[in-house]
Design a protein around this ligand. Sequence first.
Ligand SMILES: *[C@@H]1O[C@H](CO)[C@@H](O)[C@H](O)[C@H]1NC(C)=O
Ligand SMILES: *[C@@H]1O[C@H](CO)[C@@H](O)[C@H](O)[C@H]1NC(C)=O
Ligand SMILES: *[C@@H]1O[C@H](CO)[C@@H](O)[C@H](O)[C@H]1NC(C)=O
Ligand SMILES: *[C@@H]1O[C@H](CO)[C@@H](O)[C@H](O)[C@H]1NC(C)=O
Ligand SMILES: *[C@@H]1O[C@H](CO)[C@@H](O)[C@H](O)[C@H]1NC(C)=O
Ligand SMILES: *[C@@H]1O[C@H](CO)[C@@H](O)[C@H](O)[C@H]1NC(C)=O
Ligand SMILES: *[C@@H]1O[C@H](CO)[C@@H](O)[C@H](O)[C@H]1NC(C)=O
Length: 382
Amino acid sequence: MSRLMLGRTLERICKGVLLLCLLHFLIMMILYFDVYSQRFDIFSRFNNGRNGSRNNSSGAASGHHFYYYNLSRPNATSAPYLAAGEQLVPSSQPDNNHTPSPKPLPPCPENPPGLVGRLLIEFSSQMTMERVQKENPNVTEGGRYKPPDCRPRWKVAIIIPFRHRENHLKYWLHYLHPILRRQKIDYGIYIINQLGEDTFNRAKLLNVGYTEALKDAEYDCFIFSDVDLIPMDDRNLYHCYDQPRHFAIAMDKFGFRLPYAGYFGGVSGLSKKQFLKINGFPNEYWGWGGEDDDIYNRITLNGMKVSRPDVRIGRYRMIKHERDKHNEPNPQRFNKIQNTKNTMKKDGISSLTYKLVQVKKYPMYTNISVEIGKPPPRPIKG
Ligand SMILES: *[C@@H]1O[C@H](CO)[C@@H](O)[C@H](O)[C@H]1NC(C)=O
Ligand SMILES: *[C@@H]1O[C@H](CO)[C@@H](O)[C@H](O)[C@H]1NC(C)=O
Ligand SMILES: *[C@@H]1O[C@H](CO)[C@@H](O)[C@H](O)[C@H]1NC(C)=O
Ligand SMILES: *[C@@H]1O[C@H](CO)[C@@H](O)[C@H](O)[C@H]1NC(C)=O
Ligand SMILES: *[C@@H]1O[C@H](CO)[C@@H](O)[C@H](O)[C@H]1NC(C)=O
Ligand SMILES: *[C@@H]1O[C@H](CO)[C@@H](O)[C@H](O)[C@H]1NC(C)=O
Ligand SMILES: *[C@@H]1O[C@H](CO)[C@@H](O)[C@H](O)[C@H]1NC(C)=O
């Protein structure tokens, strides 16, 4: 009797195991066909009729393309790969070429919501380029960035005339990259490095920056900034305006006030159109001073006005430093700025000549080294 019971139990267990095996087999078959259909797209072929002609119905954007999933890839389910024709070779096209038509980005807001306003700017802590790089992982080679989530209104080249100021540059990059990112600007950073030890020529370097930046990308806005000036408020938006823009209106060194009404120094910005309208900047101001007044004259003489931010927002901190060597005040500057009207047509972006020596893209900026000559010999007087 107990044997009979045992026999029946065994029979039941056997049946159970058999059923389980069947179920397992069924599931395997379903999975197999599922994968098979994805790979060879048989269902869409059935839908197209039996003459075997292929159509575009399989979902690919063009031609005889279809999707399949490479299940041995870790991310297979999230990204279907496009293959050409019947071959099971992954296309060499980048993945984003066939993601279901990417939505066009909305224009970036005029007042970006992520701004923080007044900023604490200080230069006491040690700054290194490694730190700046770590803080800005999304800045691409040559110091380029563009917002991932909206369409910027301007493409801005930021031009910095430069010589021997590596330390200031680190602070500038440390503060400006995050500010510009919050401002949702599409930008590139260009250091224009004057080679040699002849007299410095800021405005000519700015003309070079305009020319060289345009070789790199189609910029429509140019912001010219000294390397030692850091904005203290991120609402001072680094893009272009209806009129040429003067950004650095309230520097700490001038007691946070405009030093004089026609001041246009430090940080300024012109659209490509505005820049060309004034024939760029003068090339003949060697040494410190005057070139910004000449630029101001060019703007007003061409029927434009200077636009400025609110004085509470246009505040700047200047990194303290000793006067640079070979950038002594230019004694001719007072005479020259009287003559802008006569000189601006001849002297400007139209007459710019220089020797490009090196363009080097670093992670946080592009370094453009140029030879721009030296001042003409002084006329000898009695
Ligand atoms: C066979 O292919 C041709 C050409 O694409 C198409 O016009 C025709 O409708 C197809 N036949 C059937 C039965 O679907
Ligand atoms: C298939 O191709 C024919 C012409 O070649 C086209 O008219 C038809 O719309 C296509 N079918 C689908 C589903 O794309
Ligand atoms: C498939 O689509 C492309 C463009 O989307 C078209 O040029 C081509 O003629 C289509 N082929 C068929 C068979 O419909
Ligand atoms: C599938 O993906 C694996 C891992 O990425 C790769 O090695 C293999 O070549 C791929 N196979 C096909 C057919 O794309
Ligand atoms: C898989 O996706 C994750 C997150 O999207 C990504 O970080 C990773 O690089 C992907 N791996 C492969 C092999 O594509
Ligand atoms: C960099 O980009 C990634 C992906 O768009 C984003 O998740 C991340 O927050 C960004 N990092 C910074 C510091 O902006
Ligand atoms: C730029 O390049 C020049 C020439 O190679 C080099 O002397 C200078 O130090 C570089 N400056 C910066 C800031 O990278």
